[in-house]
Each structure stands twice: as structure tokens, then as C-alpha cells.
Write a protein that binds this ligand. Structure first.
Ligand SMILES: [Ca+2]
Ligand SMILES: [Ca+2]
Ligand SMILES: [Ca+2]
Length: 604
């Protein structure tokens, strides 16, 4: 956070840098669902025995209260980079409910804690070789804990001795950068830790004013007869969750998808495995896809392999398909993922063997996953800045509005007027403005809750279009930003100094989603530069002439369904569409320079 404020100060004092500046700001708070709120046990339950194991794969939001007393950590896949197994426990500067411990504070202080339930170790002696192991990561995809001369930002581990006192046994000072997960082994070699009320707890010291100074913790094991550095467990697990189903989007309109599913689906969906053991594992895995709410799943991949001992980020993947799944044009949700068959007996270690993801097909496009990890702001010199997101249609459509999310990050801009813009494509970037209108910044009640703006009139679009906004250049206006998704080359930024350029500064997705009508009926004929090509006779019986040169023609019926397409055949400027039913048709004519549309009535 400090660095970002500093950056803003630097930008101001230099009367704005020559380049546009894209800035990511961590969230000051986050709404977090508190599970078990009615009977959540903050006190101890009956002591548990060895082995003690948790890799956080069995729960989300909160760690399992059978093993943990939670003091503010958050269990998810959102803040880890290449987790040991899916889901990690994240330590930051907000409490269990997602509120900052000390709003506005910049000095480091005690933040989250994660404390084990009491563990019965009373029957053991130092000769039993009891070891605790775990993996830690600094930063991940979240805010990196600062490295300071005083080492005042750190993650620590305490053991509770037989007198009931906490003893610090390990501490990792902030390295000041994002790290990979690193494993630590600690022996319980002193008799004072081998008692029946033994507990251990992790705690972080960092800024207490938001989603700041993040540490991730994963794969915690406590057992006897262990040796330092030796992972005798046999566990193969999902690390990086299954990748998106779609090539470009996290969601797209059902009608756009169904027009050409093959083009919209990712070439392959992937996940990665880690072999946490020291022996190779012969396993098989299955890739599945189904419509949510139905039972029949299509298996698009069956594979097997010998995962080498200690393999890290072993990639599995396959090409998804939907051709054996019935899909209604009114909308649907698909779930796809991988299931490993590891034959593991321990149910906790089998829980990390599946990964799946939902994809919504309704009436909107999205690049984001619906949760903000921070804010996106564009600052530059000049009067205005613009941001544009690229969308590619499989058939002509109309933008009827958009959904947008503004996270509550000071300074707030409630009611400020911004301008929404829709552009045509020109040379691979935004070109002519098709539509613009002002809209207001609004902060919704619930976090990650979009609000919807309906345009004054639907805007016809075809091929590639861009949707985005323009804003005052010197205003720090934070748009919701999802750090878990990425579609390189689809976001463009504009300032008066640089013109349009791709945003290569930040990985992630702005939470702005165009809403489509699902039909092309609003396409109008005339734009001044395209009057050159006429289709005639119109109305006619379908034997048509074109008055100019073109490269290709695509014809749609009134429902927006494609009924005809052709490349230009030598010098012939005639089309015979007399086989089509009588009605009005939309001709989309690519001249090589531009795409124009014509409406033609075919009579009986
Ligand atoms: Ca995990
Ligand atoms: Ca496993
Ligand atoms: Ca997210």
C-alpha cells in the first residue's frame, strides 16, 4: 500500500509521467462469509490425535473447526501462486469477517492467527521423532509483505508448552517479494511440548488496514516417526485448479456461444499436479463436462501416467467438447474439471484429487471471475484517459447495457459521471466510436455485487467491438479488478500522449461486462462511407446483384441465425438466395476495408 500511495505522490509531483500509468490497489476490506457462525467453536474441542493433517482442500472460506481455531485466515484459491495442493490458508490484514483490524494503519502489528485444536502428545517422548511440517509463501497473487531494515513484517509459529505458555519456535521475515511455496520441518524435541493439550499457532505481523502483507500457508502435517526433510506421505494432488473452459472469456452469451462452440472453447483445459511423496505414483485421471443441475457428464479425457516422485506442477490437460451435451439457447451453466484416481485411502488426501469450475452462459460477456482482489485505476497526463476491452462476436448482436463493479477503495467517487464508450475495431484496436453515454459511479451494498446500466438504446455490433470508458485523467477511480483471470491483449488504454496501446502493465480482468440482446435486429443500413455497395432488386425473389466489390458475405435471418455465407467468386457479383423462405434478411458484407450491412427482403 505504501508503495502505491508513494507512486501517486510521485506522479502528481512530476505533473504526471509521460506514459499512462495503470495502478493496482489492494482492497481495504472484503466481505467474507463466516461459516459456523451460530455455533462456531472459538474454544477448544476434545483434543485430537496424531497424525494431524490439513491441506485446506476440504473447506472454503474457513478452515475446518475440527482441527483449527480461526483468528482471521481465509481459505481459498484466490491468493496463492501454484499452491502445494488446491486451496491455501491466507494471512492478511483483515479479520474473519473481512474487516481491517485497524483501518488506515500503516504500522505493522499482530493480524491473523491460525491455532490448532489441542493435540494429544502426552504419551510420546522425544525419541518418537515428532515433526511438524508446512509450506509458506510470501505474497502469492496478493500484496507482498514489505521487507524492512527492522524486519518488522513476518510470519511466526508458536508451540504451546506444558505450562500453557506460547513459545515462538520459528519466524520468517518478509523477503519483500513473491516467493514459491517453501517447506519447513520443525522437530518437537523438547519434553515440554509433548503433552495432551499441545497446540501450535501461526500468526502474521503486518499492516492491519486491508488485504495487505499476504502470507499463504499450506499442507500442514504433524506426526511421529518422521525425519527432517522426508515426506513419507503418499499424496498426489491438484495444485493449479482447472483452467477456464473458454478460450477468451469466463462467461459469454449463450446465443453467441452456440453459434460456434468450437471456436469459443479453449483448445485445451489444464490443471497441474504435485506429487508430495518420494515415490512415483501410477494414477489415472478423467476430464469431465456437464450441464449444471443434470447428472449425465461427458468424459472428454481419460488418461493415465506415472507421476514422478516429488514432481511439481505436472501438467494434465485435454480438449473440451460440448457436442454430446444438450444446450438450450435460453442459457445454461456448464461445469468442467478433472478427477484423479489416486487410490489414496486417507479421505483428507483424496479431497485434493478433484478440481472443477463453473461457466455461465447467459446474456453477457465476462473476462473476470466475479471476485475483486483489488482496484484498477488508470492515471495519465491530459484531460481524459480511456480504457477499452475487446469482444469478438460469432454473430451480429446488440449491446443493451453493461454490468460494472466498483470496490469500496478510498477516495470514493459516488455519483461521479463517467462516459461509457463502444468502439468499432480498426487495425486491431479501438477505432470509430459507435456509441457513448454517461453513467455514474455507484458503490453497491454487497461486495462483488455488480450493478447494471441499461443504455438509452441498443447498439448494434458485429465482428469485433470494444467496450470501455473515459474518465478524468488525474482521478484515482478504482474499478473492480480480478487477479485470478487473465486474457492478454484484450485490454487497451488510451492517454493523450500515447494514444491506444495494449495494457501490458497488469495481469487480471476489469469487472465490466457487456449485456447483449441476443439478436441483430437493430442493425441499420447506412453509414456514410459505405453507401457504395447496393444489393438489388430489393425487395426481390432472391436472385440478387451487388453493385460493388466485396470479399465475403454472410446472411442472417430475422432471428439472427446465419443462413448463408460465401467468399467472392471471381468477378461474379450475383447471388442466388431464392431457396430461402420469404422474409427480411441482414447481409453482412466485408469489403476488405470495412464491414457494412444491408437489409434485403426476399418475396415469394
Ligand atoms: Ca492446499
Ligand atoms: Ca491426493
Ligand atoms: Ca478473483
Amino acid at each position: 500500500m505504501k508503495k502505491i500511495l508513494l507512486l501517486a505522490v510521485v506522479l502528481c509531483s512530476y505533473s504526471w509521467a509521460a506514459r499512462a500509468q495503470v495502478v493496482f490497489t489492494p482492497l481495504p476490506a472484503e466481505q467474507r462469509q463466516v461459516q459456523y457462525s451460530g455455533n462456531y467453536r472459538t474454544a477448544s474441542v476434545a483434543a485430537v490425535g496424531l497424525p494431524f493433517f490439513d491441506d485446506f482442500a476440504t473447506t472454503t472460506n474457513q478452515p475446518d473447526p475440527a482441527r483449527w481455531i480461526n483468528g482471521g485466515v481465509y481459505v481459498s484459491n484466490r491468493f496463492a501462486d501454484k499452491p502445494v495442493t488446491k486451496n491455501v490458508a491466507t494471512f492478511d490484514g483483515v479479520n474473519t469477517a473481512g474487516k481491517p483490524y485497524l483501518p488506515g494503519a500503516t504500522n505493522p502489528g499482530p493480524s491473523d492467527t491460525l491455532t490448532s485444536q489441542p493435540i494429544r502428545l502426552g504419551a510420546l517422548t522425544p525419541a518418537d521423532s515428532v515433526y511438524l511440517s508446512f509450506y509458506w509463501q510470501s505474497g502469492g497473487v496478493g500484496n507482498v509483505p514489505d521487507r524492512t531494515v527492522e524486519n518488522s513484517f513476518y510470519l511466526a509459529l508458536d508451540f504451546k508448552d506444558s505450562s500453557g505458555n506460547w513459545q515462538q519456535v520459528w519466524r520468517q521475515n518478509a523477503p519483500g517479494q513473491t516467493t514459491d511455496f517453501t517447506q519447513v520441518f520443525l522437530g518437537l524435541k523438547e519434553a515440554r511440548y509433548l503433552h495432551n493439550e499441545f497446540q501450535f499457532r501461526f500468526r502474521n505481523i503486518g499492516q492491519r488496514s486491508g488485504l495487505l502483507d499476504i502470507w499463504n500457508l499450506d499442507y500442514i502435517e504433524l506426526d511421529k516417526n518422521r525425519r527432517k526433510g522426508q515426506n513419507t506421505t503418499r499424496d498426489i494432488a491438484i495444485s493449479q485448479p482447472v483452467s477456464p473452459l473458454l478460450r477468451n472469456y469466463t462467461a459469454m452469451p449463450a446465443i453467441q456461444f452456440l453459434e460456434n462452440p468450437e471456436a469459443a472453447l479453449a483448445d485445451s483445459v489444464t490443471a497441474t499436479l504435485n506429487n508430495l511423496g518420494i515415490v512415483p505414483g501410477a494414477i489415472s485421471w478423467r476430464g469431465f463436462l456437464k450441464r449444471a443441475g443434470t447428472s449425465a457428464a461427458d468424459t472428454f479425457l481419460v488418461a493415465q501416467g506415472l507421476v514422478p516422485a516429488k514432481a511439481w506442477q505436472y501438467k494434465i490437460g485435454g480438449k473440451p467438447r460440448v457436442n454430446s451435451t444438450a444446450l438450450p439457447s435460453a442459457g445454461f451453466t456448464l461445469v468442467h474439471g478433472f478427477r484423479l484416481n489416486t487410490q489414496e485411502q486417507n479421505p483428507l488426501q483424496a479431497a485434493n484429487d478433484t478440481t472443477f469450475r463453473y461457466t455461465t452462459f447467459a446474456d453477457f460477456f465476462a473476462y473476470d471471475d466475479g471476485t475483486a482482489e483489488g482496484g484498477f485505476a488508470l492515471l495519465a497526463s491530459g484531460n481524459t484517459t480511456q480504457v477499452a476491452m475487446r469482444f469478438e462476436l460469432n454473430r451480429p448482436d446488440q449491446v443493451r447495457g453493461f454490468k460494472i463493479y466498483f470496490p469500496v477503495i478510498p477516495p470514493l467517487h459516488e455519483g461521479r459521471q463517467l462516459t461509457l464508450r463502444i468502439w468499432e475495431e480498426e487495425n486491431g484496436q479501438p477505432g470509430r466510436v459507435l456509441h457513448q453515454e454517461s453513467f455514474e459511479v455507484k458503490y453497491t451494498e454487497a461486495e462483488n455485487e455488480f450493478y447494471e446500466v441499461v443504455l438509452s438504446q441498443p447498439v448494434s455490433v458485429s465482428g469485433i467491438f470494444y467496450l470501455g470508458w473515459s474518465q478524468p485523467a488525474n482521478q484515482f477511480i478504482n474499478f473492480g479488478f480480478d487477479r485470478n483471470s487473465n486474457s492478454p491483449g484484450t485490454r487497451f488504454i488510451w492517454s493523450s500522449n500515447t494514444g491506444w496501446q495494449p495494457d501490458t502493465y497488469l495481469q487480471g480482468a476489469v469487472m465490466l461486462r457487456p449485456l447483449m440482446t441476443g439478436s441483430a435486429l437493430g442493425i441499420e443500413n447506412e453509414t456514410p462511407e459505405t453507401a457504395a455497395i447496393e444489393v438489388y432488386p430489393n425487395p426481390g425473389k432472391g436472385e440478387l446483384q451487388l453493385s460493388g466489390n466485396y470479399r465475403s458475405i454472410v446472411v442472417y435471418d430475422v432471428t439472427g441465425r446465419q443462413v448463408y455465407a460465401q467468399q467472392r467468386n471471381a468477378q461474379v457479383n450475383t447471388l442466388n438466395l431464392s431457396h430461402l423462405p420469404a422474409g427480411m434478411y441482414t447481409f453482412r458484407i466485408n469489403t476488405g476495408k470495412t464491414i457494412i450491412t444491408r437489409k434485403v427482403i426476399i418475396t415469394l
